[in-house]
Design a protein around this ligand. Sequence first.
Ligand SMILES: [Zn+2]
Ligand SMILES: [Zn+2]
Length: 143
Amino acid sequence: MSVYAAQHKFIGESEYDSYSDYLKSPHWKETKSRFLSGQIRQCAICKEKRWLDVHHRIYKTLGCERGEDLVILCRKHHTELHELARNMSLESALETLKANREWEVAQKRKQYKQAKSKNKKQKKKRGKKRKRKYKKRLQSLFR
Ligand SMILES: [Zn+2]
Ligand SMILES: [Zn+2]
């Protein structure tokens, strides 16, 4: 079932007029704060600590969400996830974002390592050059 269909079904069976109406309800606010109180407040993808949303991993339990049905995401990743979820399930979208992030981090780590070792080599080279110059100067002094 698509996210929209699931929301629609839930709203049809509930007292709420719309999904956004549900998100404003005291019930959801309470569920959310109960969930957040047991969590480290950071995005599950990038560890961002600001602009956080609580995302529904599944919509089947709307109205009686369990902790494992929810996940904290930053606004950016929450938007990206719902864009991805147009063409795949919510869970695959979350997995895709996580995998992408891991790849990005691995690439950055690699680049950093390469830059570091390049720096080292250059320093070594420079050191050798300096030594050679110094030697030449010494030799010229004693010539
Ligand atoms: Zn994020
Ligand atoms: Zn969401």
